[in-house]
Design a protein around this ligand. Structure first.
Ligand code: SAM
Length: 295
């Protein structure tokens, strides 16, 4: 049986249909699965956390490589299928939960204490409807993980792994770059899934940095300035920051931008990450007695 036949067989056997509301697009392309697993670089003493295992297609490959696979799946029907399918395996744990509500930090801590785990790797074909919140949670929770390998919508992937100030830059580009090194593994066409999604996908690998890429005195100020700059991205950074109340007025804004060597006509997406760090650090020093202006 190939993967398409296997997927259709399981869906029929359990009388289930892909649930659109849960972003269920099942992968049926064996080469794409192998490339995800290779891209995740899994060792035999690794713990893999798989988000949204669905029918278990990717899971079955992960189980052959990793010491243990913990699957977090929201859909009870999938949990039942996974339970039956992997009954003979002793290196799988299924958790029926919403990944956005689960304490991954605690799970990882427990596993590292109890199971002689070397590294933790997150692997997922993510549901498109909550890609960004899931990735932001994985990054901002500062999890003790070695890498995050995910398949997501191509357009979003390009924004996440762009070098800040490159053509796909968005506010999130800076956040990812601050915390991680990102790289593309490969594109995956719509025809590699059933049902077929509306968009092309891309597999990316994010590796948390040991230290953030730039030194900032106050992360809240740094991220708030970036967010404020991008709220009105068709305007200049100067106007966006005046309108969002970061700069008190035009004179102050021009002066601050000048101090860090930036032209008053620059736009939010043209700054390097170092420029935002300089801006945030200068701002934090200037207003450190009343940072409520910027946080
Ligand atoms: N891994 C399978 C594959 O590659 O064929 C299925 C991937 S499918 C794109 C996304 C999976 O995420 C579905 O099984 C869906 O039920 C699950 N899911 C959706 N929202 C979730 C959430 N908040 N927490 C955990 N799993 C979720």
């Amino acid at each position: 049986m190939n993967i398409l036949e296997e997927t259709e067989y399981i869906l029929k056997k359990y009388k289930v249909k892909a649930n659109k509301n849960l972003g269920q697009n099942f992968l049926i392309d064996e080469q794409a699965i192998k490339d995800i697993v290779d891209g995740a670089n899994i060792d035999s003493d690794d713990l893999v956390i798989e988000i949204g295992p669905g029918l278990g297609t990717l899971t079955s490959f992960l189980l052959e490589k990793a010491k243990k696979v913990i699957c977090i799946e929201l859909d009870k029907k999938m949990i039942k299928i996974l339970n039956d399918r992997f009954i003979a395996y002793n290196n799988i744990e299924l958790i029926n939960a919403d990944v956005l509500r689960i304490d991954l930090k605690e799970i990882i801590k427990q596993e590292k204490e109890n199971n002689e785990i070397k590294n933790v790797k997150i692997v997922a074909n993510l549901p498109y409807y909550i890609t960004t919140p899931i990735i932001m949670k994985l990054i901002e929770d500062k999890l003790d993980v070695d890498s995050i390998t995910v398949m997501i919508q191509k357009e979003v992937a390009q924004r996440l792994i762009e070098i800040p100030s490159g053509k796909n830059t968005g506010a999130i580009t800076y956040t990812i770059f601050y915390y991680c090194e990102g790289k593309k593994i490969r594109d995956v066409e719509k025809t590699s899934f059933i049902p077929m999604p509306e968009v092309t996908s891309q597999v990316i690998n994010l590796k948390p940095r040991k230290e953030p890429f730039v030194k900032v005195d106050n992360e809240k100020v740094f991220f708030n300035i970036i967010k404020s700059g991008f709220l009105q991205r068709r305007k200049t950074l100067l106007n966006a920051l005046i309108n969002s109340g970061v700069f008190l007025n035009k004179e102050e804004g021009i002066l601050i931008l000048k101090q860090i060597g930036l032209n008053e006509n620059i736009r939010a997406e043209n700054l390097r990450i170092e420029d935002y760090a300089n801006l945030a650090n200068l701002f934090f020093k200037k207003y450190s007695k009343k940072p409520e202006n910027v946080v």
